[in-house]
Write a protein that binds this ligand. Structure first.
Ligand SMILES: NC(=O)c1ccc[n+]([C@@H]2O[C@H](COP(=O)([O-])OP(=O)(O)OC[C@H]3O[C@@H](n4cnc5c(N)ncnc54)[C@H](OP(=O)(O)O)[C@@H]3O)[C@@H](O)[C@H]2O)c1
Length: 344
């Protein structure tokens, strides 16, 4: 046996087995204001060999998410752009992940990667007709973000009024639908009439295009007794206006602040302390990765809801790894309805 393995190594090195090439997006400089194409480079690289215990992964779908904009500032220039993807095992020397296994991995913006299995999440078989890409959306990180922020932080009771901003996005669309499952009145805000029409199809009780309405006036008419729960995806002046329309003992889940991610001037803190005190509000921020231990529970629940038709979804699919940057920018121009993904 030993002689045969030594011989194999010798033959491989003699034949100079070709190295697998991959492509990756590298951060060339930190973003200032709106990200620019020139802040990144798309480069080819050599992958390490697949050794005992490792697997070679090929990206199938990659996620673009708003957090990538603020989070890259925490990393040095030269990193591979951060992010999650669905990948397929195409070569394996790890019995836990045979060839053909579909996984979620935080490999970043790369076409191929070699992994020792650490941190890989196997994607269970989905019901017929449910796309694999939902592991990056409704049945993945954004969907679970919606669940935690709404159920655990806002904790709405049947009949209460829930407001969600960024309502037609990956997180927001799931928030509204879970709130409907819980028997709430749901009011959603999104940035186009087409998005508003989709929210109504999803069962939102009220939906508004925040670019064309008076936010304060719509809140006063749609929630005359005040807002019990606000799921905040956008922050800024929008959030301040909603806070001023909260009911007593209202709860606010601070999920994101996309309205300020590209600001260059320091964000002015809105004057909300008085409102929080006198309306006895509860406000909590959260980062969903803190609750990664609950992934299996949420995965089961969301697969069930999708199967029952209670959680509907839309995906904005961009074709081609070379178009990752454009797909990412679409998040800040509102190009996406539902989850934005890139198909390799
Ligand atoms: N806390 C966590 O762990 C966690 C996890 C995931 C996501 N998040 C946050 O949740 C929010 C939604 O994320 P997502 O993945 O679901 O993204 P998304 O909503 O699918 O996409 C982003 C959407 O934001 C809206 N938008 C862009 N610029 C805006 C602005 N200046 N003001 C208001 N809206 C703006 C656009 O929709 P319109 O056309 O409607 O404007 C755009 O389609 C983000 O703030 C994100 O950072 C937080």
């Amino acid at each position: 046996m030993r002689i045969r393995s030594v011989l194999c190594c010798a033959v491989n090195s003699f034949l100079k087995m070709p190295t697998t090439k991959g492509k990756k997006w590298v951060l060339k400089q930190h973003f200032q204001g709106m990200p620019k194409r020139s802040d990144m480079d798309l480069v080819e690289f050599d992958l390490p060999a697949v050794t005992d215990g490792t697997v070679l992964l090929e990206a199938v779908y990659l996620s673009v998410d708003p957090y990538m904009r603020p989070y890259t500032a925490r990393f040095p220039v030269g990193i591979t752009m951060i992010g999650e993807q669905i990948a397929r095992v195409i070569e394996s020397k790890n019995d836990k992940f045979p060839v053909g296994t579909n996984v979620c991995t935080r490999a970043g913006w790369v076409t191929h990667s070699v992994s020792d299995g650490e941190g890989l999440i196997k994607i269970p078989p989905y019901p017929a007709g449910v796309p694999l890409s939902l592991a990056l959306g409704t049945i993945g990180m954004p969907g679970f973000t919606a669940n935690y922020g709404l159920v655990d932080i806002c904790n709405p009771k049947a009949g209460e009024v829930v407001v969600v901003s960024g309502a037609a996005g990956a997180v927001g669309s799931v928030v509204g639908q879970i709130a409907k499952i819980l028997g709430c009145k749901v009011i959603g805000y999104a940035g186009s009439d087409a998005k508003v029409a989709w929210l109504k199809e999803l069962g939102f009780d009220e939906a508004f295009n925040y670019k064309t309405v008076d936010l304060d006036a719509t809140l006063k008419s749609a929630a005359p007794n005040g807002v019990d729960c606000y799921f905040d995806n956008v922050g800024g002046q929008f959030a301040t206006t909603v806070l001023n329309n909260m009911a007593r003992f209202g709860r606010i889940a601070c999920c994101g602040a996309i309205s300020s991610y590209n600001d260059t001037a320091p964000v002015k803190f809105p004057a909300v302390h008085g409102t929080i005190v006198f309306k006895e509000l509860k406000m909590q921020g959260f980062i969903i990765s803190t609750y990664a231990n609950r992934w299996p529970e949420w995965m089961k629940q969301h697969i069930g809801w999708v199967k029952e038709g209670k959680l509907k979804y839309s995906e904005h699919v961009t074709d081609g790894f070379e178009n990752m940057f454009d797909a990412f920018m679409g998040l800040f121009t509102g190009a996406n309805t539902g989850k934005a993904v890139v198909k390799v």
